[in-house]
Design a protein around this ligand. Structure first.
Ligand code: SAJ
Length: 402
């Protein structure tokens, strides 16, 4: 543990804040996790969790039981403040920084000289300086003398969060050199990967760049899937073959790109650099148009029936998680239902119920279906085999039915 830092206040107890808070709690820090939701605060204080992530339940229970993790509705004094709130975009794809603003305003009265404030939320270039530092300065802090402020973007992959929180390299960028050094010292106390030092703005853009890189590469795979469909070529076989080249590594096509990161972050670059970010914008458009293309394929097949039963397999935005945020599968099922051309049944093994869709188990959904649409490559779906489904029409957006 870092010598000077003993207590930590984490703002936002979601997919990043909660794993971070509980991990730090088990590393000897006294952690207070703050969230605006009373339900979340109560759940955590009982040693339980409100999200699905491998091993997170064990970690939270152990941190809470040891007395090192407490959840609260309001911030407390601490040596370090970590802001891990969402940074979504508004209707017009303009970043919505209101949660960051609220978080910075909420901690301002509790920050004291010598404290370190870290923004972990994925943020447009300039947010650390123009929002966090500015708000703390307006609250009366001398941001270049009294306190340290840095950005350290989270880079963990949902499903592997606890492993990646420790093992990933981290990029730390302060608003000045002293802030960078303080923040880097803190991360080095619990990260086994490299802690790389830079400026706040470079750290912000590096995170956006990583997710845009992935988005552009998925768009390439999605574009190939349209070309292959037209040419009647198996896109999965094509990619497998092309990837034998030592310098080619094509990603996988799917029903679109979901989640709260890859489908969002590129817009933060485009918003500030509309004339330069041409490829990044096109990739976003290619990926965003994929759900409608999948729907058109389903419609084409459904026309052969009077009113078919369509089994949609998977709602999550990717395999083996319960997270439905920005999920192309949800978009597809919703739009398909609105067309009223079929009876839609849904199977999503990672959630217990859904407010709009009635969920069935895999066997029942498949048995009832005339058309099976694989939307997510969840492990339990991998038992599906083409030979056993020969009576049915299968639209496999993930290439798992062999
Ligand atoms: N997807 C494809 N084809 C692929 C890979 C992914 O269609 O070959 C789709 C997925 O199905 C999903 C979406 O892309 O809908 C995003 O999934 P993902 O696994 O690529 O990424 P996320 O959103 O779960 O997490 C990403 C990660 N970023 C990178 O890999 C560069 C993670 O490290 C970041 O911390 C996270 O975004 C974040 O919070 O920003």
């Amino acid at each position: 543990m870092s010598n000077n830092f003993k207590s930590i206040c984490v703002i936002g107890l979601g997919y990043i804040g909660l794993p971070t808070a509980s991990l730090l709690g088990t590393k000897g820090f006294k952690v207070t996790g703050v969230d605006v939701s009373e339900d979340i605060v109560n759940t955590i204080n009982q040693g339980n969790i409100h999200i699905v992530e491998p091993d997170l339940d064990i970690l939270v229970k152990s941190a809470v039981n040891s007395g090192n993790l407490k959840a609260s509705l309001t911030p407390v004094n601490a040596d370090i403040f970590i802001i891990a709130v969402p940074t979504p975009f508004k209707e017009n794809k303009v970043p919505n920084l209101s949660y960051v603003e609220q978080a910075a305003k909420a901690i301002a009265p509790y920050v004291e000289p010598g404290n370190l404030v870290i923004l972990e939320s994925t943020s447009p270039v300039g947010t650390t300086e123009e929002y966090v530092a500015k708000i703390l300065e307006q609250a009366g802090h001398d941001i270049n003398k009294d306190i340290f402020i840095a950005h350290c973007p989270e880079r963990v992959l949902p499903g592997r969060i606890l492993i990646e929180l420790v093992q990933n390299d981290r990029i730390v960028g302060g608003i000045n050199e002293a802030s960078t050094a303080k923040a880097a010292e803190f991360y080095r106390s619990f990260v086994s990967g490299k802690v790389l030092e830079t400026t706040a703005k470079t750290a912000e853009l590096s995170k956006l760049t990583e997710n845009s890189f992935r988005d552009v590469n998925i768009a390439f795979a999605n574009e190939l899937s349209l070309i292959c469909d037209k040419e009647n070529i198996d896109v999965w076989e094509l990619i497998k073959l092309a990837n034998h080249h030592p310098r080619v590594n094509i990603l996988q096509p799917g029903p679109g790109v979901g989640g709260h990161c890859i489908a969002v972050d590129p817009w933060f670059i485009i918003d500030r650099n509309p004339e330069q970010a041409r490829l990044i914008r096109t990739a976003r458009e290619v990926n965003d148009s994929k759900p409608d293309w999948v729907i058109s394929k389903i419609k084409e097949k459904a026309e052969r029936f009077k009113k078919p039963v369509i089994a949609c397999l998977g709602l999550a935005f990717k395999a083996d998680i319960d997270d439905l945020r920005e999920s192309p599968s949800v978009e597809i099922v919703k739009k398909l239902s609105a067309l009223n051309i079929a009876d839609i049944v849904v199977c999503e093994p990672n959630i217990k119920s859904h407010p709009t869709f009635k969920l069935l188990d895999l066997e029942t959904a498949v048995e009832k279906a005339d058309i099976i649409v694989v939307l997510v490559d969840h492990t339990p779906f991998k038992v599906l085999s083409a030979s056993k489904l020969s009576e049915k029409i299968v639209i496999d957006t993930r290439g798992i039915v062999k």
